[in-house]
Design a protein around this ligand. Sequence first.
Ligand code: ATP
Ligand code: MG
Length: 482
Amino acid sequence: MKIFNPLADQPDNPLTRAIKEGYTPLAFAGLFSLVSNLLYLALPIYTFQIYGRVMTSYSVPTLLVITFGVLLAFVISSVIDDYRARVMVNFGVVMDQRVSGRVFSALFDTVIRGNPAARSQALRDLDGFRQMLTGPAFGTFFDLPWMPVFMLVLFIIDPIIGVVTIVGAGLLFGIALLQDRATRPALREANEAALRSYAFTDAALRNGEVVRAMGMIEPLGARWASFRAITMERSAAASERASVLSNISKFTRQAIQVLIIAIGAYLVVMGKIHSGLLFANMILAARALQPIDRLVGSWDALTNGYRSYERLNALFGDYKPSKPLTTLPKPLGQLSVEGVNFAPVGATRFVLQGISLKIEPGEMLGVIGPSGAGKSSLARLMVGIWQANSGHVRLDGADVYTWDRTDFGRHVGYLPQDTELFSGSIRDNIARFRSDVDDEQVVRAAQVAGVHQLILRLPNGYDTELGETGHVLSAGQRQRVG
Ligand SMILES: Nc1ncnc2c1ncn2[C@@H]1O[C@H](COP(=O)(O)OP(=O)(O)OP(=O)(O)O)[C@@H](O)[C@H]1O
Ligand SMILES: [Mg+2]
């Protein structure tokens, strides 16, 4: 079992750096927890005073004073808890601001370099991790260190009561671990099957026309149902096991509470402790065991958050942020491919081998070859999407792969085989979503590409919105705008 430990040796990346900057707010949150937990001791002291003083002296003024005192302690404790929550939420926001931009870049980098599985998961991971840090689950860690304090107080009242609480805490913790062991594999399998069924549905929906035209709905439905069945069966198995263990855990907790009262009563009968301590014991024992309950309750949230953290770390591990590079002069357009060998990620053989060619400014090159020959791969190498395994592609002598991307994009156009436009207006798409492009430039570009008339005939001309809810261009229109 791994517990999230921000202090452990971590690789240096934007995420771990942002967490390290959070040590000060974390320390403050810890300090608040100290005060809040100490104030909680007011309750057992209060009950003890009631039994020890008020009940014997029949003094109403005393009752009023100590009641007021304990209420005040609880008000302060609530305010402090509220501050603790705010400190954590603030930390989450700051961390998000520091990291989210990097996650966005790293995500693109990883997907392009051949891990399409990463997809938008990374952005959800960042949300998941932040919510874990700022949510109630993480607050458990601030209360855990105070368990021994409450146990110590119980020990001081009487060693036997202390021992019973400690043994009980150990038992509850053991059951929680057992529960995690028993359910985790089944839950993971259920989760994986669910993810596969979602991915399968996504792909089927994307090809909805094909499905309808060729009547494929039934076989696809059957395949989908088979994923579903695994999810159902595995999560039912996990729930059954969890239910048995959580009932055992509930019984253990109740048994501890009864034992504490029984031992307390016995000690009172034997004249070893004051009867007023009976309730104080109960309250202290309940409080000492509470963090375990909360830890078990928030286990899922914590492990999910930790997994998000691991995935983000892995994402940053593969990501080399581009260094700010010297801006090169506008290229004239001399392109040279020098002894390029290339194999896509995961491939066992080269798709391109020993490719060398030179194109002078003004020249055009058409590449012809059978499907899968590597034409698109060559195009990707030429615009620096992928890096050759050996050899270089140079534009005006400079390697295109290491060229600053923003700067490179100013000089180069690239239209992939499958043209997709971005969600936004036609104008935005032509301007590549840059804000420093004026209307005149957009129209001129459209005129050069011969689509000005086509765009004018669209419902809102250049301002026609594309995307999920927008206007649908035909494949040919899309290519021409692209
Ligand atoms: N993203 C990718 N990841 C892994 N392998 C890829 C990827 N894209 C292409 N390949 C592999 O590289 C080889 C060349 O593909 P490429 O797309 O360059 O062919 P092509 O010549 O453009 O074919 P077509 O005429 O069908 O477009 C193929 O064997 C393909 O399996
Ligand atoms: Mg191709």
